[in-house]
Design a protein around this ligand. Sequence first.
Ligand SMILES: Nc1nc2c(c(=O)[nH]1)N[C@H]1C(S)=C(S)[C@@H](COP(=O)(O)O)O[C@H]1N2
Ligand SMILES: [Mo]
Length: 397
Amino acid sequence: MWNKLKNVHSSNGWLVLLLFVTGLILFLPSLRGVFADFRTSFKNLHILFGVLFTLLFVSYNPLMKSHWKIIRKFKSKQANLIFIFSISLLWIVSGFILTFERAMSAQWTQVALVIHDLCTWVAVPIIVYHIVIRMKWLRNDRKHQLTEESQGGSSVRIPLSRRSFFKYTFATVLVLVIGPSFYKWLKQLTDDGGMAYNEVLENTKNHSMKPLPVPAIESNPPVGGGLKGNFRVYTVTDIPYYTEENWYFQIDGLVENPILFTWQDFINLKRTVQVSDFHCVTGWSVYSVTYEGILLKDLLKMVNVQPHAKYVKFYSGDGVYTDALSLSQATMNDVMVALFMDGNVIPSQYGGPVRLIVPKMYAYKAVKWLVRIEVVDQPHLGYWQVRGYDTDAWVKN
Ligand SMILES: Nc1nc2c(c(=O)[nH]1)N[C@H]1C(S)=C(S)[C@@H](COP(=O)(O)O)O[C@H]1N2
Ligand SMILES: [Mo]
């Protein structure tokens, strides 16, 4: 019995480590570019480890009764077990939902992602603490102290053993190291008034485009009432910065009149305002964003698409990121080349001065720093599609 439990414990330890490493690679925005080619593999590995974790969890359940008996005299161990059991269950269920994200509604994956992240924020520090506290040299110290005491030689009792001193110090250090990022994450979670967005606006190194276009009345204040949620800033390159001098916008390919816009030309185009939601396929969403920009179908009308054209390809000014839509997708009523977000010129992090918005599809279609649209007759696989993302990016409702 004891051996079985020991085996479960050590397999569990290794699996959690593997899950943590692969999960961290998937989570950290700064690693998106570096590990782009392996992202889908890491995701599959993460899912595989998750399945093994689930199997282990299931195989532990019949052992649980006897485990409970063994620890029945220790209240803290029981509390511990209940805690680990609940976290594991939440991890598994939310992970399961995220595995099938494409088949789930955006609301479900949003909730699942929050739970998955929260479990990780809470459990990982506790696991690290657990590992360090159980290390051999600390245990030896305790034994040493116990034998000394049992020999009755402790006329002077050391008030704080090396072990408990270390325990408290280590716990404090852990809280100090992880606390601030956890607090930031929590704050973003509870803050749905676009507060974080305002912070970005203040702290960002933005493009310096002159003249600055004036937003429409519906845009400022935003008719959508202000975005709800938080964007995670994603980029696979460094952020490209623009001035009106190095910025251009080109529409070419299978069109009768290719155009090259300057900034001044571009901000003179007729814009519309729309309120739409934004969904990343990894599970997070931002709701009720008020966008102002030029409808893609209006831009395509201007250049006169040739009859044999079938697709529209989008190029980011980062020189790497591309995506594409079929002509019928591209001419949907809400596909927009956006200039304003909630009444502000789109900040650099979020793909300004101009980014694409395809509200009915996952945001990997929403090319940031959009500078070129090419009309073509062949399908094109975008940056993430080449790396394993689904060509079908429609969001389930
Ligand atoms: N140029 C460029 N555009 C991009 C990406 C990128 O890495 N580079 N990431 C895409 C993905 S996967 C998402 S979810 C959104 C994220 O937009 P945000 O950074 O404004 O939150 O941008 C999309 N457009
Ligand atoms: Mo995404």
